[in-house]
Design a protein around this ligand. Structure first.
Ligand code: FES
Ligand code: FES
Length: 153
């Protein structure tokens, strides 16, 4: 079985097949940008894109990923190192504090913009409401995304 992550193919060893996608990313493939928070689907720290949709990788058995493309926070910037517009937005609005939740926040926002390029405030609240931040950056995230929605990317 192979995974397709950030445009690269990775083989899944037989002994990893009962693990979550998050475990495989972090413990076997060295993609540690995706974080383990609650490990129970409650916090959003582990969010990645699966075929363009935000999913919680702590709850996703790696065996269920199949051939669908996975994007992690390491795959947001271009291959040449140009920041993704959301990463630049986060910098411009000074969103991160400790940073622990921010990979999940960015990937959740990326999933939102894939399906709603000009999201309404309600879309933003609905999409981002389940991504927790103990540093209290939610207000800045909402403000940044609402600004992007008004002004365009
Ligand atoms: S670590 Fe996956 S939702 Fe919290
Ligand atoms: S920035 Fe610290 S947990 Fe969100």
């Amino acid at each position: 079985m192979d995974l397709h992550i950030n445009g690269q193919r990775h083989s899944v060893a037989p002994e990893w097949r009962d693990e979550s996608l998050l475990q495989v990313l972090r413990e076997h493939l060295g993609l540690v940008g995706t974080k383990l928070g609650c490990g129970q689907g409650q916090c959003g720290a582990c969010t990645v894109l699966l075929d363009g949709a935000a999913v919680r990788s702590c709850l996703l058995p790696v065996a269920n990923v199949g051939a669908l493309p996975v994007t992690t926070v390491e795959g947001l910037a271009s291959a040449a190192g140009k920041l993704h517009p959301l990463q630049q937005l986060w910098l411009d609005h000074q969103v991160p504090q400790c940073g622990y939740c921010q990979a999940g926040q960015l990937m959740c926002a990326a999933g939102l913009l894939r399906r709603a390029p000009r999201p309404t405030p309600g879309d933003i609240d609905a999409a981002m409401g389940g991504n927790l931040c103990r540093c209290g950056t939610q207000h800045r995230i909402r403000h940044a995304l609402n600004t992007l929605a008004k002004e365009g990317a």
